[in-house]
Design a binder for this molecule. Structure first.
Ligand code: AP5
Ligand code: MG
Length: 219
């Protein structure tokens, strides 16, 4: 049976940071909807042009575009053992669509670690974040600095600050999260797959707590 994990949490909770570690430990692909959009924006594809119009405003990309993109990614051969989803689903409609997609692959959402972080910490995390140009690895000037300023420790590429990490856009993204994504907590709680993770702890501790939750999953 494939293993599907959905990382849920507000902007800046640490989804990308944790996803990278967990996906490596579990040997399943890390699928970040935000990273795929940013790749499309960089390559100026039609999807990238459409997505960029809303991403710069801190709003969500329309469900139909997002769902088609994730379905396509989940259909790739490397997802046969499962996948770790980061940033998808983000609306109840996307969650229903994901359930249908996974049924086609004889799977279901097995675990949803909900990484919870108080709002005032999120702003500090996002405004101090530096992201790697090549593969989206993330660092923080204070909490997780790269060994060499401006260079990714993992692949050596340039680090940049995301356009949507300006304080006004971050505030908007948090508002959109509260309105559109928060209902998913109850949705996954009802399905019995939600696990609360305190995301205000050290990065290593958060990883250890998510790994403990994964060990308890019965496939
Ligand atoms: P996306 O890229 O998914 O952004 P997000 O959900 O807002 O989340 P972030 O990537 O900002 O935060 P994160 O939780 O990954 O935190 P990170 O690990 O980097 O989406 C961007 C946009 O794309 C959306 O606004 C939307 O427009 C669009 N989009 C994406 N998916 C969509 C969907 N499904 N539907 C519609 N539209 C969609 O950590 C943050 C910082 O904190 C880093 O600097 C890190 O080093 C630091 N940090 C991490 N953990 C800790 C810790 N424990 N202690 C201290 N510092 C820490
Ligand atoms: Mg992220």
């Amino acid at each position: 049976m494939p293993l599907y994990i959905v990382l849920l949490g507000p902007p800046g909770a640490g989804k990308g940071t944790q996803a990278q570690r967990i996906a490596q430990a579990m040997n399943i692909p890390h699928i970040s909807s935000g990273d795929i959009f940013r790749e499309n924006i960089k390559n100026k594809t039609d999807l990238g042009v459409q997505a960029n119009r809303v991403i710069v405003k801190g709003e969500l990309v329309p469900d139909d575009l997002t769902i088609a993109m994730i379905k396509d990614r989940l259909s790739k051969a490397d997802c046969q053992p499962g996948a770790l989803l980061d940033g998808f689903p983000r609306t109840p409609f996307q969650a229903e669509a994901l359930a249908k997609i996974l049924t086609e692959f004889r799977g279901k959402v097995n675990l949803v670690p909900y990484i919870n972080v108080p709002e005032q910490l999120l702003i500090e995390r996002l405004t101090g974040r530096w992201t790697c140009r090549a593969q989206g690895h993330v660092f923080h000037e204070k909490f997780n600095p790269p060994r060499q300023a401006g260079r990714c420790d993992i692949d050596g590429s340039e680090l940049y600050q995301r356009d949507d990490d300006k304080v006004e856009t971050v505030t908007k993204r948090i508002k959109v999260y509260l309105q559109q994504t928060l209902p998913l907590i109850e949705y996954y709680q009802r399905m019995g797959v939600l696990v609360n993770i305190d995301g205000s702890q050290e990065i290593d501790q958060v990883t250890a707590n998510i790994m403990t939750a994964i060990e308890k999953v019965n496939l």
